[in-house]
Design a binder for this molecule. Structure first.
Ligand code: SF4
Ligand code: SF4
Length: 56
């Protein structure tokens, strides 16, 4: 399972983009999106999110 972003609680701050070591996350339309197949499930993004919008 790749990291999943709750589109309702994501505020598009970009913290997870900076936290991801493999650049799997991008901001599209002010929401974070995890690219298919790029997430290595490291968990780094989860703790970086101020709204706890990311789950693994
Ligand atoms: S779990 Fe790791 S690899 Fe996957 S999106 Fe989050 S920071 Fe990137
Ligand atoms: S850190 Fe959380 S609120 Fe910020 S862009 Fe990522 S998922 Fe959205």
């Amino acid at each position: 399972m790749a990291a999943t972003i709750n589109q309702e609680t994501c505020v598009g701050c970009g913290s997870c983009v900076d936290a991801c070591p493999v650049s799997a996350i991008k901001i599209e339309n002010d929401k974070a999106v995890v690219a298919d197949g790029e997430c290595i499930e490291c968990g780094a993004c989860v703790g970086s999110c101020p709204t706890e919008a990311i789950s693994l």
